[in-house]
Design a protein around this ligand. Structure first.
Ligand code: C5P
Length: 230
């Protein structure tokens, strides 16, 4: 059953909190990414948690195994529920991040970014494979590296689930019919993502930049509901 994640891609703490207050009763998860985390830091994560949100911290770690392990443990200590790193960081980096949660009472779900949904074929430096093939290649390794799930486009969920049924799939690049793709390249509608088997749908601009974020959210949820969601 797919769950909706609101990407809080806004430049102010107050704006983020007001969006969450408006939507928390219908959207269970919120995502804090680079811009908002740089501006508002861990204090905001605690405030969001106090509002009852599940927190997805999307900093997409990619560094040496030790550095990423320490960062993952620090994020877990703040109470983050889901955390991302790049699968391209490789086996040692991913395993070190997973092992960094050892001994903690609670740990975040650990998701590996495969091929960013903003990549079209030919845009990934040094990689000739199509982004969808590369995403599947990385997803097949992710379970053995201790990851709970992968970030991939809704176009890749079917093949990923077929090869790795236990891997959770989180999909950005969600665009309701007629919505501007912006910088995203591998996009699907909310209904397509759910139908293909996505576990989490991450939506930013189509909600955050809507005249009424609540109306936009309700339309997305209604479309998801037709295919079954939580
Ligand atoms: O505004 P939009 O709906 O495109 O936002 C998508 C969100 O998902 C952004 O916050 C972006 O950072 C994130 N994301 C992505 N592609 C990935 C991983 C995360 O677009 N592979």
């Amino acid at each position: 059953m797919a769950q909706l994640v609101l990407a809080l891609d806004v430049p102010e703490r107050d704006k983020a909190l007001s969006l969450v207050r408006d939507l928390a009763d219908i959207v269970p998860w919120c995502k804090v990414g680079l811009e908002l985390f740089i501006l508002a830091g861990p204090a905001l994560l605690r405030e969001l948690k106090a509002l009852g949100c599940k927190i997805f911290l999307d900093l997409k770690f990619y560094d040496t195994p030790h550095t990423v392990g320490q960062a993952a443990r620090a994020a877990a200590a703040v109470g983050v529920d889901l955390l991302t790193l790049h699968c391209q960081g490789g086996e040692r980096m991913c395993k070190t991040a997973r092992e960094a949660f050892a001994g903690m009472a609670a740990r975040p779900l650990l998701f590996g970014v495969t091929a960013l949904t903003s990549f079209a074929h030919g845009e990934m430096p040094g990689i000739d494979a199509a982004p969808s093939d590369f995403a599947l290649f990385l997803a097949k390794r992710a379970i053995g590296w201790g990851l709970d799930g992968v970030v991939c486009s809704g176009l890749e969920v079917g093949p990923v689930k077929e090869s790795c049924p236990d891997l959770l799939c989180l999909c950005p690049g969600i665009r309701p019919a007629g919505a501007a793709a912006g910088d995203q390249r591998r996009v699907v509608t909310p209904g397509e993502a759910v139908r293909n088997g996505a576990d989490f749908l991450v939506v930013g601009r189509p909600i955050v930049q809507a005249a009424s974020p609540r109306t936009a959210t309700r339309l997305i949820l209604r479309e998801m509901e037709r295919y079954g969601f939580q």
